[in-house]
Each structure stands twice: as C-alpha cells, then as structure tokens.
Design a protein. Structure first.
Lengths: 755, 99, 528
C-alpha cells in the first residue's frame, strides 16, 4: 500500500483544473442567470451567452482531461514501476489477490495477468462545508476521477454542438431565449451531477436535470400533448426518485452518517456495511436507474419525451441525462457489486433489468412510425446494454459504451432533427419522408455512419464497445469476465440483431424509396450539418480509444500496448473505493459471430424492404410495408404486433389504472371521506351542539334559570310597590319620620348604653 | 349648675322649633322654626365653650350663624318661587315628590 | 447595545399593537393612504428591531435564550413575563416580521371587499403582536395569551373580508381552535399544579416535572397533542383549514399559511417535547402515524380538488405532515428538518397563496377547469407559479427540499426507544407522498399555466402581468426560497444547537436516554 500513499501525495499536487473543477458547472450556471436576466435585451436574444459559456466549460473540461491523464501517469511513475505504465508490475498481483469475492477466484490467476498494473490513483477531491447538522458535516464539493472527467468532456462537447445546432433549429421560436437559458441550466446541473462529491449533491443534481428535462420537453406547452409528456416524464422520474431518496438514506446511515461517495464505496468494499443493507439500497437505487435511464418498467416517459425540441432530445434524452442512471451505478459501483453479488454469476436484478430493457425496447422500435420514437426506443435498448454490462460486472465496457453511444446517438437524433427541419417539422417516416438520400446528402451520410456505429459495424465506435460488453458477460468460452452470464450474452446478441434490423428500417423509410411528403425538402445550413459531421467523426473514431489488447499493434490478448485500452486505463478507477472487477479477455471469434448476427439483422430488414420496393414499383404506389406481411397472415404474429403497438399495455396500466385510479376513485374517495366522514362529523358536532343548546335554552335557561331571575325581579318590584305609599312627597311627614326615627334610635342607644 | 340652665333653655327652644317645623303649614314659619333649632344648638355650643374654657364653641356658633343666614336666604328664595308658581306657601300642598 | 438586549423583543412585539391603536385613531378624513403608510411604517419598525436583533444574535450560542427578559407579571399565579429568542424561535420570529410588511405592501392597492383598509390593517397589526409574542414567550401563560390574541383578528378577517361561505368558515376556524386551546390550557394547568415548585416557566418545567408518573405525563401530552395538533393542522383535526383558507382574503390566507400553522408545530418543539420527553417517546409513534396519514391523505385530497386555493390549502396538510414526521422522530436531525420545513412551507405556501389571490383578481375565478394559459397572459406570474410549484414539491436547490428530504432521512433512524421498523415504514410511505405531491402540483401548474389562454373571447379585460406592489411583496419571498435552498446552512446553523439543547433533557444519545429518570421509566414500562 506504499503505492497508495504516494498516490495520495500526488493527489495534492494534481492539476489546478482538477482541484477546481467546480468552475466547470459554475460557468453554465452563471450563463443561465445571465440569459434569464438580460438575454432578451441582447442582440440575437442571448444564445451567444450560452454558447460562450459552454465553450469555456468544454475547454476547461478538456484541460481537466489532459491534467487527469498526467495525474494518472504521475501516479504510475511515483509507484516505482519506471518501465512503462503498460507493463505488468509486481505489485499487481498483490493488490489483486485482496479480492474478497470468492466467486471470481478461479478466473483470477489468469486474468490478473491481463490487467494493467493496479496502481491506486486517488481521485482529486475538494470540498467545503455545506451545512452542519447533528454534528454531521455535510459537504459540497467535487470528486474528480477518470469517470467524472470523461463525463465532463462528453457533456460539454455534446452540449456545445447542440447549442450551435439549436441556433438554427429553433430559430425564431417565441421562447428562444428561455430555451437557451434552460439548456445552460441543464448543462450546469448535469456537470454538477458528474462531479458530485457526495450522494446528497448527486440527488440534488439528479432532480435538477429532471426539472430541466421537464421544462424542455414541455417547451411548446401551448399544446396539451407536450405538457402531458413533460408531466409524465417528471412524475415517472419522481417514482424513481423515491427509490433514490430511500437508497441514499440507507447508505447514509450504513456509512455512519455520511453522504461521501468514496467513503460509502470504501466501506462497501471492506465489508463494513452489511451485505443485506447493500442489497436493499441497490434495489432502491435500481428503481431510480429505471426511471432516469429509461429501464423497464419505468421507461414509458422516454418515448413521450420526444415531444420536446429535437436538439433537446439529442442532448438530454440520448447522450447525457438518461445516462445519469448508468453513471450513478458506475459511481456507486461497490454498492451494487457487493449488494447484488455480481461476481456470483447468478442472475441479478441489474443485469436482468438491463437485458429485458435491451430486448423489450428494441422490439418496440419496430412498430414506430415516428423517427424520433424509434430512436428513443433505441436509446432505451442501448441503455439496457449499459445497465446489463454493469450488472454482469463489465464496468469499463458499460462506461465505454456510454461514451461511444453519446456520440452516435446524438448524431442520429440531430440527423433526425435535420430531416424533420427539412420536412415541415414532421417526424412521421411513413407519411412525410422517403428518398431523402439524394436531397440531403450530408445528413444521409452522417446518419448512415452513426447507424453503422449503433449496429456495431467494424470498425465504427459501437463495434468496439458492444463487443466489449458481450465479452464482459463472461458467457463466451475463455473470456473470463467478472462473472459468467450466459443468458446475458444471448440477450446481447439478440439485441444486436434487432438493433440492426430496426435501424435498417429507419434508413430505408427515411432515405430510400420515393419521397412521400408534400413539402420541398432541402439540405440544411452549416449550423446544422457541421455538428452532424463532427459527431459522425466521433462515431467513427471514438472506438479506437479502447481497443482490446492485441488489436492493431503489438502485444497479445493479455498485454495492451500503444492505443490499446487507453480508455479503461484512464477512466476506470483504481483504489479502495472501487471493487475488484475482472477484465474479460477479448475473443476474435465472439467479435466475428456478433458482427455476423448484426449483419444478418441488416440483411433481413434489407430483404424485406427490397420486396416492398419491388412491390411498390409494380403497383405504382408509394408502399412502406407489405400489405400481406406476416402480421396479416399469422394470428400469433398479429397478436404480438398489437402488443407492441400498445407498448406492452404499460401506458394503459399507468395512465388508466394507476394514475387514473389514484386521481379518480382513490382521491375522490379520500376527499369524500374528508367531506362526509371527518368534516361531516365536525359539522354534526356543531349541529348537535346547536340543537342541544336550543333544548337547554328553551327548557332550562328560559324556564329554570331565567325563571329564578324573573322571580327575584318580581319580588323586588312588589315590595317597592308597597313601600312607595310611604313616600307622600310632604316634607313635614319626612321630617316627622326623621325625628321619630332619631328618637327611637336615641332610646335604643340609651338602653344599650345603660345596660 | 350654671351649664344646666343653658342646656334647659336650649332644649326648650329646640322643642319649640321642632314643633314649628313639624306642625306649621306656613313655609315662612317653618323656616323661622328651623332658625329656632339652630339657635338652640348655638346656645349649647357657646355654653359648652364657656364651660370648657375654649373658644371652639364660640367659633362654631359664629359658623352656624353664618350658615343659617345663607340658609334662610336660599330658603326664602325658594318660598318666593313657590309662591309665584302656586300662589300659596302652604307646605301640605307641595307634594310633587310623591312616590 | 444594552437597550436592544433588554427592550428589543418587547418593542418588536408591542410596537404593532400600538400601531394598530394609532391606525384606529386616525380619522377617515385624513385619507386612506395614511393608514397604509402608518401600518407599513409600524411593521417596518418592528422588522427593523428584528433585523437589529438578528445582527447582534450570537450564532455560536444559539441554544441559550438571548435578549432574555424576566420580569414580574401576574404574581398571584406566579406567571412571569419571560421573553427570549433562541435558535429555534429566531427563524420563525423573523419569518413573521417579514411576512406582515409584505402582506401590507401586497394589499396596498387591492383591499378585498368590503374594503375598509383601516380595520383590516389594524387587525393585521394586532395579529402580528400575537404571532411574535407566541414565538418569544417562555412562560406558559404568556404563551397562551399571545396564542389566543391571534385568534380573534383572524376570525374577523375571515368573517368580514372572506368569500361567500365566510361565516361558516370563520366560525369553524374559531371553534376548532378554541376547542384546542381549552385542552391546551388544561394541560398547562395540570403541569403547573404537578410541578414542584409550581411554575409556568418553560425553562424550569422539565426538571420540575421529573417526578410525575409517566401515565400522567402521557395524558398531559395528549392534551397538548390535540390542542397544538389542531393548529398544525394534523389529521384528523384538519378540516377547518381548507375552509378557512379558501374563504379567507388573500393576506389572511398568506398569514394563516405562513405563520399561524407554525404556532402548532412550534409548540411541539418548544413546549411539549422538551418539557415531557418521556411522554414524547410514548406518543411519538402516534404522531408519526398521524403525520404519515396526513401526508398521503392531504395529497389525495389535493388530487380531488377543483379549486386552486383549496388545493393549495390541502397541500398544507401534506406538507405539515412532513414537519410532524420530522418532529416525531425526536432526533436532532428530524427536528431541525421540521423547523426548516416550517419556514420553507411558510415562504412557499405563502407565495402560492399570493399568486392564487392575484389569479383570482384577474380571472375572477379559481376553478382550475376555467383557468389556463397564465404563462401567455402574464408570463412573469406564470414563471413564478412554476418556481413555487417546484419549490413546493421539494426540488433541491429550493427551500422545500430541506424540509422534506431530511424529514424522510431522519425517520430511517428515529430516537432511541422508538420502533425502528415502524419508522422505516413511515419513511417509505412519506417518500411515496413526494410522488403524489409532484402529481397534484404539476397537474395544477399544467392546468393553470400551460395551454392556450382561456381569458380571451369571453369579455374579460386584458390580463395585467405582475403589479409593482405584487413584485415588491414577492421578491423577498422568492429570494429567500432560493437562498435557503442553495445554502441551507443559514437555517441549520441557527437551529442545530438550540434543538440539541431542547432535546438534551433526555433522549438523543444513541446509547439510550441520558437522564436516569427517563431510563428508569422506560425500563419499568418494558418490565410490564
């Protein structure tokens, strides 16, 4: 552990940007305030403030990235392994054998050799007191490590591109300024989320991004469906937040009243927190993941969220916010790792949720006519990949897929936006699109490249990340993942085929065939196409950042060299706050098989649409599907189709049963009880008292009490009546009485005195 | 004793006065009777004063004379008004305060 | 600053009532503006003293009563005039001093029917004295007197300036509260006679009552539970609240929501729990159950409403449920959260009522189905409504969150002697309450603010966005909602040590009760 000590020392000398990472979210936050305050009065209505702020944040993030790489290198140098960062150090095995999990032990001896040396790299932390309560010091601060830095770069880059794209896309909108204000706020919140030092900050940022998502989905709130979608997004997320709140609470007390992420992870690793608590906490947190990252069964808000402006969908609902759930799992990985006993290879909730989402989302993508909804389900499905990868212990693969997915999915969304911008702002592939290949070449080519990356065509970005996930399941022979999950491998393969097929469908319906709309589409201007091209470049190149060992260069399957595994090397945390995941060994055969499966999906879809093409030529109509396809011929297929069209009836369940139930009968019953139960009894008490009072008044007060009063009155007036006769008004009579009285008194006095 | 004679005189005067106040119907006579009562008191005052060798009795006597003068003044004015209103000063007719 | 030390509180408390007299004495012929100016000036003077006391407040020693005054008052019943501020009462004291001037500013140009600003302003000022006094009183009788002073002005405010059903509502409010007061004074008297030596001094009572049997203590506590619970309002004593809120004029609703409801919860924190800690442990689960029922029940009640103001009123039941949940944990953390929740609810719900009042003034209705498009008609008001709704549903970064989340958090691990499993169930149910809260508040926001404008086409005048007086009245509230949300340390710093001290009598310690008497009592209970 000498290495750790040294690493800690280097943490103090870490780059300035790493120590002061709070500036990065601070800039967009200020930009939000500025746009809100003066945006409307500035020329161009304020978008430039946002662009400038996000550019600055991007530059700073990039600096942070460079400094982090230096920081990791410094740690390796300081650890004494002077040769190269890539060699197998002696200390590696020592660190590795500490693994508390027996399940991974058999794979250990072999795979440990494949690991890079385990030199602990301390995350750079910087925090100040937020508030103190009950002797607990709650801090606000930054936790910067590879994961945060990677997220910083991704978020700022995509946010910047989306900002630029939006200046054209929402040009002339009546709430143009507000739009950019919320983009800034979102960027700030998302950046805060990724560098959050503790779970409380994470929770705060988590809800803030939710609120920005709410505001931006409902950007055109004049139409009810949009505001409905916004509401649905927020409420569904709230359901998940319930899990987050409870999970954070459990971890807070489990870690001895601390929100500190590093501390929680360390305690989970060292076994200081009971496994049962970790299990409950991770199950609660999975609910939050399900809502934020669109996992079954809380995914239903994500397709509806497409009601928002397309750049927003690209930024929030594809590249950044929806991966917050995945990020959170990655961040608190020790909790999930031990809570769900991931190395144990028995199916766990995280992997299961991911796998079900992967397939379920992909199937739903087939029946959508709205291009954005197809992409939304595709996002759900891809997020399923990531969650599944985390569930099987392939941490780096999941995070790497998050990284590559951000680029190609943002590219797809922005491409879809570009298409719709040209086609009357419609997203209906069947009614308004078709044959756009020639008209919009730049959009077409970037879209195709991004699709290729999504399907996982060699050598585009998605190929590398998807392949890594499949290898990470450990189900393929000789891959040696953290666990061995055959089911997940099969689901992953199936998902790849489905993805390929529905994306081919999208490409065909949008860009091939004949144009079916009624406007005059045209290629968009540079503010839209340049972001597309940049993202397409990343969709091509991002995969090369984490080449498996032994590919494109020297070294074999166990010893990375040159560009191999750079991403994993710099992003994956090494230290006490991260569990001992086992890196799977890449397999050429697996790569070939999975690619073949993907291509088979493409081929099947292509064959189907070739048929459609021929048929429509023959009939002279603009067909989008076969009139006598399998769904018209086979009853079970028809039933399945109906099930898909109705989105597994989940929306019915939520809207018509749960929401309508609570808002309708249950709320009304509660209110009825309030009015007719509690309130009525209150009123009854009131009325009863009035009746009782009346009774008392008539029979007791009036008769008895008042009678007594009246009687005394009558008595005195009678006496007075009698006595008044004495009063004659004659002074002399009075005088007589006076003297008489005096005489009598004098007599009495005399008698008394004498006796 | 010297004192007794004065006291007897005063008592006689007082009785005459009381009789006058109670029995006479003429208001003026009633007033005069009141004067008699007051003078009976005066005699007592002076007598006791002399007997006890203080001037207090005489001082009170002078007071009473002064008050009696004022009282007669007010009393006569009332009688005058009574006469103006009623053309009579018979006290038995004056019973406005009858209950 | 000896003057401030000895006279500060008394001046701040009694200046408003003098102001009320002055307002009453000003003849009508001198013009209406004079009333308003005098009333505002008076409330600002009072507020100025409050700020001076805040500046001179020693935040390193919030557990001690500062600006303490202890003078003879009614010797016959050994009740003394004891007033003082500590970290618990300071935030609520300042909240009152803030809300009243804002109410006066808000009503500057729109006094509700039947107008008569003179009487309304005098009532508001009288109310202020009552509220301020309740928060500083350290003697039970003094507290009770101030507590009751509040009642009448509010009754008249609802009964005279209220809506259609004002008579029913005002009477209900009055009778309900009076009923509670009766039980409360009964409890106070019981404590007085059981105390050794007889005293009404809140500071002396905890030790003076230590010899009393637990069952007696519980009975006394139950009396206060009902008395204070009605004011909170706690399920099932809450039914006066929706009626009172709906019928009261805007400023009445604001004061009611912002300050009056806090008298109840403050009573628990200040009186009931510190004085009878052993009974508190016995009764806390009951409070917890009622609080959790209130959270869910209030939320369901909200979902069934068709009237905006009534919905906001019902939401108070739910929010005060969180406050009571925090209190029922009997932990420092939970009670801190509860006090934060009180202030946050005061600011946020006060603000919501202000907006509802302004909406009513513009659209002449609060039927949710008849509203819509506020963001189009009056964008500033619409955005503010959005902000307040977000704050109300507990969005982090705004004040509401720090009342809600810590309350949930604290119920995971309640004080020693309480049933942990039960409280964890409370935690889950109250977390469910946050979902429902988001449901009804967003639904309200959607119906009122979003969608096309419904004001045009049926002969309405052009809707005017925020007036200057509204802006002036709202700005401080909004600023505080944001400031407290971003930096909750301001409040926690004030309350933390004071709460610790009030709980120090017993409880808190993880290892068990720190006072031997309580330990014995609990032990004996378990023995049975």
């Amino acid at each position: 552990m000498n290495a750790l000590l040294l690493a800690n020392e280097t943490a103090a000398s870490a780059g300035w940007m790493l120590r002061n990472a709070w500036i990065i979210p601070f800039i967009p936050a200020m930009s939000f305030l500025l746009i809100l305050l003066i945006g409307k009065r500035t020329p161009g209505k304020g978008h430039w403030i946002g662009i400038a702020a996000v550019s600055a944040a991007f530059v700073l993030s990039a600096i942070a990235g460079v400094q982090w790489i230096q920081h990791v290198n410094d740690a390796h140098h300081a650890s004494g392994s002077e040769e190269q960062a890539l060699s197998v150090g002696g200390g590696t095995l020592a660190a590795k054998t500490e693994s508390p999990t027996a399940g991974a032990a058999p794979a250990e001896g072999e795979s440990a050799a494949a690991e890079e040396e385990h030199v602990a790299v301390a995350p750079v932390r910087n925090s100040v007191t937020w508030y103190e309560n009950e002797g607990t010091n709650v801090k606000v601060g930054t936790l910067v490590d590879g994961l945060s830095v990677m997220m910083l770069v991704v978020v700022t880059l995509i946010s910047l591109l989306v900002h630029i794209y939006s200046t054209d896309y929402v040009h002339g909108d009546r709430r143009y300024t507000h739009y950019f204000a919320f983009l800034s706020l979102f960027t700030a919140s998302m950046l805060t989320l990724v560098i959050a030092e503790n779970t409380l900050m994470l929770l705060c940022a988590w809800e803030l991004v939710g609120v920005c998502s709410f505001a931006l989905i409902g950007h055109w709130w004049e139409e009810q469906p949009n505001s409905d979608a916004a509401l649905k997004a927020f409420l569904t997320n709230r359901v998940g937040d319930m899990g987050l709140i409870i999970g954070v609470t459990i971890l807070y007390f489990a870690a001895g009243k601390s929100f500190d992420i590093v501390k929680i992870n360390e305690m989970a690793n060292s076994g200081e927190i009971r496994q049962f608590l970790l299990l409950v906490a991770s199950c609660c947190l999975i609910a939050a993941v399900a809502s934020k990252s669109g996992q079954f069964i809380l995914h239903t808000w994500l397709p509806d969220a497409m009601a928002g402006p397309t750049p927003v969908s690209a930024l929030i609902h594809a590249a950044t916010m929806v991966v917050a759930g995945v990020f959170m799992v990655a961040r608190l990985y020790s909790v999930f790792f031990h809570g769900l006993t991931i190395p144990g290879s028995s199916i766990n909730l995280l992997a299961l949720v991911g796998a079900v989402t992967l397939i379920g989302g992909a199937l739903l993508a087939f029946v959508q006519n709205d291009i954005k909804k197809v992409l939304a389900y595709s996002t759900i499905s891809q997020l399923g990949y990531m969650v599944m990868a985390l569930g099987v212990g392939a941490w780096t693969a999941a995070v790497f897929h998050l990284f590559t997915h951000a680029f190609f999915k943002a590219c797809l969304f922005l491409g879809a936006g570009s298409v719709s911008h040209a086609c009357h702002h419609s997203f209906d592939m069947k009614a308004e699109m078709g044959g756009l290949r020639k008209i919009m070449p730049r959009t077409f080519w970037t879209f195709v490249i991004a699709t290729g990356a999504l399907i996982g065509i060699f050598p585009l970005a998605g190929f590398w990340s998807k392949d890594e996930i499949l290898a990470g399941t450990g189900g393929w022979p000789d891959t040696h993942g953290t666990g061995t999950y055959y089911a997940m491998l099969i689901m992953g393969m199936l998902g790849a085929a489905l993805t390929a097929a529905y994306m081919t469908r999208v490409i065909y319906l949008t860009f091939f065939g004949q144009y079916r709309g009624h406007s005059h589409p045209h290629e968009n201007g540079p503010r839209i196409t340049i972001p597309l091209i940049i993202l397409a470049v990343f969709a091509v190149g991002a995969g090369f950042l984490n080449l498996p060992p032994g590919v494109f260069g020297a070294g074999d399957a166990h010893h990375p060299t040159g560009w191999q595994e750079r991403f994993g090397h710099y992003v994956e945390p090494v230290g006490k706050y991260f569990p001992d995941v086992v890196h799977a060994t890449p397999s050429y055969l697996l790569a070939i098989v999975s690619s073949a499966i993907g291509l088979a999906g493409v081929a099947a879809a292509y064959a189907y649409y070739r048929k459609v093409e021929t048929r429509s030529r023959a009939e002279g109509r603009k067909l989008t599907e076969l009139p006598d396809g399998i769904t018209t011929r086979s009853k079970p297929a028809k039933a399945f189709h109906t099930l898909l069209v109705n989105k597994y009836y989940l929306d019915h369940l939520y809207n018509n049963v749960i929401v309508a139930g609570i808002k309708g009968p249950i709320a009304r019953a509660a209110y009825w009880f309030n009015q007719h139960g509690i309130d009525a009894s209150v009123n009854a008490v009131g009325k009863g008292s009035v009746i009782g009072g009346k009774f008392l008044y008539t029979y007791f007060d009036q008769k008895v009490v008042d009678g007594a009063v009246n009687a005394s009155g009558t008595l005195s007036s009678g006496v007075g009546e009698e006595l008044r006769h004495i009063q004659t008004g004659k002074v002399q009579q009075y005088a007589l009485l006076l003297f008489g009285g005096t005489t009598v008194l004098a007599g009495i006095f005399l008698i008394l005195l004498t006796t | 004793m010297l004192l007794n004679q004065f006291l007897l005189l005063a008592a006689a005067l007082f009785c005459i006065g009381v009789y006058g106040v109670l029995a006479r119907r003429n208001a003026v006579l009633v007033l005069m009777s009141v004067e008699l009562i007051l003078n009976a008191v005066n005699i007592n005052f002076v007598a006791f004063g002399a007997f006890n060798r203080t001037v207090a009795g005489e001082v009170f006597g002078l007071f009473v004379i002064a008050v009696a003068a004022a009282e007669v003044g007010v009393g006569l004015a009332m009688v005058l008004l009574l006469y103006r209103n009623r053309k009579s000063i018979d006290l038995t007719e004056v019973d406005l305060m009858k209950g | 600053m000896d003057f401030l030390e000895t006279w500060g509180i008394s001046i701040a408390v009694f200046v408003p009532v003098i102001g009320a007299l002055v307002v009453m004495l000003i003849p009508k012929s001198w013009g209406e503006d004079l009333y308003k100016q005098v009333a505002l000036a008076v409330s600002l003077v009072s507020g100025g003293f409050g700020i001076a006391m805040l500046v001179n407040f020693n935040f390193d020693d919030t557990g001690r009563l500062q600006y303490l005054v202890d003078k003879k008052w009614i010797e016959a019943i050994s009740s003394r005039y004891i007033v003082g501020l500590d970290g618990i009462s300071l935030p609520l004291f300042l909240l009152t001093l803030l809300i009243v001037p804002l109410c006066i500013i808000y009503s500057w140009n729109h006094f509700p029917e039947p107008h008569n600003p003179k009487a309304l302003l005098a009532l508001i000022l009288l109310l202020e004295t009552g509220m301020l006094g309740s928060f500083v009183a350290q003697d039970l009788i003094l507290f009770f007197v101030f507590f009751e002073v509040v009642l009448l002005p509010m009754f008249f405010m609802i009964a005279v300036w209220g809506g259609e059903k004002r008579q029913y509502a005002s009477l209900k409010f009055f009778l309900f509260t009076l009923f509670g007061s009766a039980l409360m004074i009964l409890s106070f008297l019981a404590m007085f006679f059981l105390a050794d030596p007889h005293t009404f001094d809140m500071r002396a009572l905890p030790t003076a009552l230590q010899g009393v049997a637990l069952s007696t203590q519980v009975l006394i506590f139950l009396g206060m539970l009902i008395g204070l619970g009605i004011k909170v309002p706690m399920f099932p004593f809450h039914t006066w609240l929706p009626d009172a809120h709906t019928q009261a004029p805007t400023v009445g609703s604001v004061i009611l929501a912002a300050v009056l409801l806090k008298l109840g919860t403050y009573g628990f924190v200040r009186i009931a729990i510190p004085i009878l800690p052993a009974a508190a442990v016995k009764v806390a689960p009951l409070i917890g159950v009622l609080a959790v029922i209130g959270i869910i029940y209030g939320a369901l009640g909200c979902l069934a409403q068709t009237d905006m103001k009534r919905l906001i009123a019902f939401s108070s039941v739910a929010h005060m449920g969180f406050v009571m949940l925090g209190i029922s944990t009997l932990t420092q953390f939970g009670i801190n959260a509860a006090i934060f929740g009180m202030v946050a609810h005061g600011l946020i719900t006060g603000m919501l009522f202000f907006i509802a009042g302004s909406v009513k003034e513009r659209y002449h209705t609060l039927e949710i189905s008849k509203l819509g498009g506020l963001l189009l008609d009056a964008p500033k008001m619409g955005w503010l409504l959005g902000l307040c709704v977000m704050a109300s549903l507990g969005l982090p970064g705004l004040a509401g969150f720090w009342g809600e989340f810590p309350a949930i958090l604290s119920s995971y691990s309640p004080a020693h002697g309480l049933n942990v499993e039960l409280y964890r169930i409370f935690m889950v149910i109250s977390a469910l309450g946050t979902v429902l809260a988001a449901g009804y508040l967003l639904w309200l926001l959607q119906r009122v603010a979003f969608g096309p404008s419904k004001s045009h086409g049926d002969g309405h005048e052009q809707i005017h966005d925020m007036h200057v007086s509204e802006g002036l009245a709202w700005a401080p509230l909004i600023a505080l909602i944001v400031a407290l949300g971003v930096y909750p340390g301001i409040m926690f710093k004030s309350t933390d040590a004071a709460v610790a001290k009030s709980l120090a009598a017993c409880l808190v310690d993880d290892k068990g009760p720190t006072c031997p008497e309580l330990a014995d009592m609990l032990h004996a209970e378990r023995g049975k």
